[in-house]
Design a protein around this ligand. Sequence first.
Ligand code: NAD
Length: 297
Amino acid sequence: MTTIIDGNSVAEEIQAGVEDCVETLSAADETPGLATVLMSDDGASATYVSMKQRTCEELGINSFHHEIDPEAPAEELFSKIDELNDDPDVHGILVQMPVPDHVDKRTVLNRIDPMKDVDGFHPENVGRLVAGNARYKPCTPHGVQKILDAYDIETEGADAVVVGRSDIVGKPMANLLIQRDDGGNATTTVCHSRTKDLAAKTRNADLVVVAAGVPEMVDGDMIGEGATVIDVGINRVDADTEKGYELIGDVDFESAKQKAGAITPVPGGVGPLTIAMLMYNTAKAASLQSGVEIDLP
Ligand code: NAD
């Protein structure tokens, strides 16, 4: 029997725990605040930002939204970040990626106060993660750890393969899996677009995490019997639906399900965890900045 992982229920449980933290903070006059900044015309980016705002509202987190014209000079975004860095009501800052080509992404990440960097992408926070002393774990890989924990899937001693080496998913996922810590201690291989014979690597793995952005590239033939398959991919493909598209993962769910011991669907797998862990990091940011102690889930 293959376990179909229910990301929504794992996310709901975490959000309930975060809501308790928000209550504790609010009772001490330190209601967490998340600022979102959108500098894009892209519909998907706008949807992601509004989902984050909506979840803030549900959990009692203040949300402050700012939009910058995608044609505006980069300096306009930088000065908005400076303003948010100085605003005591804002504990977390999220600049929705991607930013336009004329804006240097690295400058954006470096400009955010590392204490308010709830995405965990500032070099200081990346360094802390690698050193095993994370302040804010990046939301998507942290969410994957929470899924594995919720389903009692042991990482210690497991052979893990991460497909993808991006700064936001692949690299931090691998870093979390190798830490000498709960949810870590895995023997981890990182595969990418130049990897030779990917199937030989994934087939031998106990745990496969796929974050490549290539629709259904990993199928059942590439999965070992009983392995755990975590599909991070979210790909919009044209379809005969009301919206004109559907979301599919990087894993061919139907064939991989025949082999896997446990597998995440798309949608309803990793996606809901990304937002839940952003809320978690925002509550943590408010706690670190105010000194009010909370009991994070
Ligand atoms: P990215 O494009 O930055 O990185 C993709 C990585 O995959 C690269 O490192 C590349 O080397 C590797 N890759 C590409 N083709 C490959 C191939 N054929 N074989 C092996 N490796 C290959 O993407 P990203 O930002 O890491 O996102 C990956 C996917 O995850 C996307 O579909 C994205 O939409 C999704 N995503 C989902 C969430 C979520 O909340 N579930 C969050 C972030 C990203």
